[in-house]
Design a binder for this molecule. Structure first.
Ligand code: SAM
Length: 267
């Protein structure tokens, strides 16, 4: 109870005061108390992640359903799903969706965000707490590359946001899930061996590129969704696309372009 009161105070301190509907909670432990995101902030969040008709939006801890409902009503997303532990809020969200005329595209379910599957999301919306975001982070990083994540008020630890906005004195953050590029990737073209050794830090990767016997180190390779690019001394550049354990791209060295299909070695 004390932890919950502290968390509520923290949420309120980190955002200016606003009217929060009071819904009686039963004897349930909530990782985050119910505090609603104001409509202008909801709109800014959905704008920041460029929500649109091809998107499936999941709100983790969906409260009265306002984010998912706005995504369907105002941004025309094809599907919205809200997950909340509070059964009264799940019922209220369902009623609100009906009243907004979007009940055919959105649904709300009672569940624990730490146990429920949200792999289907192309956009994930959060108004949780910093430690809850960080606990969810490994599962978020396992989502399909290119999935957008937007959080009201709280960041994601050392995962630097790809975008941010301020609205009505509140901060919203946005991330794009990067492809996983960590590891050793190899290819052979016309009997010349190519080797990439990458260490990934979210959207960045540094490492070594070896062409034949010549090895060059580089820093600040960039992973944006499923695309990976880097520049090394030489100059040598690479632009590629990652699909699981295969990376296809073009390596340009001394003006010569070599198409590569690299395979990740089992770790
Ligand atoms: C700060 S409110 C955000 C509500 C809504 N997303 C919004 O922005 O207006 C957090 C919500 O998370 C829910 N919640 C807390 N712990 C949860 C858990 N483990 N699983 C699912 N929902 C949870 C609470 O009931 C509450 O509705």
């Amino acid at each position: 109870m004390i932890k919950r009161a502290i968390a509520a105070a923290f949420l309120l301190l980190c955002a200016p005061p606003f009217a929060a509907p009071q819904v009686a909670a039963r004897d349930i432990y909530f990782d985050v108390p119910y505090v609603a995101t104001p409509p202008a902030v909801v709109a800014a969040m959905l704008k920041l992640v460029k929500a649109g008709p091809n998107d499936v939006v999941y709100d983790l801890g969906s409260g009265d359903g306002r984010i998912v409902i706005a995504a369907a009503r105002d941004f025309k997303v094809k599907k919205g799903m809200g997950i909340d532990l509070d059964p009264d809020l799940v019922t209220l969200a369902g009623k609100n969706a009906k009243a907004a005329g979007v009940a055919d595209r959105v649904s709300f379910t009672r569940g624990d965000i730490f146990k429920m599957d949200f792999k289907e999301a192309t956009i994930l919306t959060l108004y949780l707490l910093p430690d809850v975001n960080v606990t969810l982070r490994p599962r978020i990083l396992d989502l399909a590359p290119g999935t957008r994540v937007v959080s009201h008020a709280f960041n994601m630890g050392d995962w630097v946001p790809d975008g941010a906005d301020n609205v009505d004195m509140r901060r919203v953050y946005m991330w794009i899930v990067p492809a996983k590029v960590q590891g050793v990737w190899t290819a052979n073209v016309n009997n010349v061996p190519y080797r990439l050794e990458l260490t990934q830090h979210y959207q960045n990767a540094d490492g070594k590129v070896k062409v034949g016997a010549k090895e060059t180190s580089f820093e600040m390779g960039i992973v944006k969704s499923d695309e990976f690019t880097f520049t090394a001394a030489g100059p040598l550049t690479f632009e590629g696309k990652v699909a699981g354990n295969t990376m296809t791209g073009i390596l340009t060295a001394g003006g010569k372009r070599t198409p590569l299909t690299l395979t990740r070695e089992a770790s």
